[in-house]
Design a protein around this ligand. Sequence first.
Ligand code: ZN
Ligand code: ZN
Length: 278
Amino acid sequence: MSRALIVILGSGSPNAEAGRVSSGIAIAVDDQPYLIDCGHGVVQRVVEAHAAGLIAWDSAALNRLFITHIHADHTVGLPDLLYTPWIHGRSDGIMAYGPAGLNDMARHIQAAYAENVREHSKAHPSTEAGYQIRAHPVSAGLCYQDERVTVHALAADHGDLEAFSYKFSTARGTIVVSGDTKPVPDFADWARGCDVLIHEVYSAAQFSARPPAWQDYHSRAHTSTQELAALANLIRPGRLLLYHQLFWGQTPEELLAEIKSEYDGEVISANDLDCFEL
Ligand SMILES: [Zn+2]
Ligand SMILES: [Zn+2]
């Protein structure tokens, strides 16, 4: 029987916080990781998870990447993902899936680090493919399939950026990752009955204290605790994991209480390096 493990590498947001790096989740099926987003510190978290014995694989195994959208808190770790695992011995490069802009971003990163690659290639020419990235533009529907997972994308609504939610179907269950998005009409039907829903969230209780311009932005681009509770009541996931939490001064317990006042299913406020077996 196959094994599937969710590793919260980065639970953070654009707001730098002690103890939380920005967005990155690994879904590992039989020790093959599928990385969703690559914010700052995500590769370091893989190294830490391996050193702590939480995962059997290390950063050299990172060769499948799914980007929800190209905001920096989801992509600023991309140069790290290209070059650090290469030095750690990755020999096959990265197959990446995401918005159309991902290809340009990858091309510019490669240009910026060409001198680094030229120099390091002399040291280990046998792994020259290890820093390569092939970016495949995603559209809604089936976007990836292999013997371990099938991945579907759904268009998210995150302001003006092209953005996606992803659904990973494995032999051990189905995992949905929201990415950054306000509630989307089709989302509940698309995610209904999933085993794990990993969803971004902001504090509805603290929203009114935000400056008007930020209120306007967050209501157009993100999901409040109230909205997420309503979604969870429609979806009824086996487990709801909060990530990319915009606490705005709330404690994790207070954020959970906002959801639990309107949703009676299991809900956990995730931290970096939390692991969940399916
Ligand atoms: Zn974000
Ligand atoms: Zn974003």
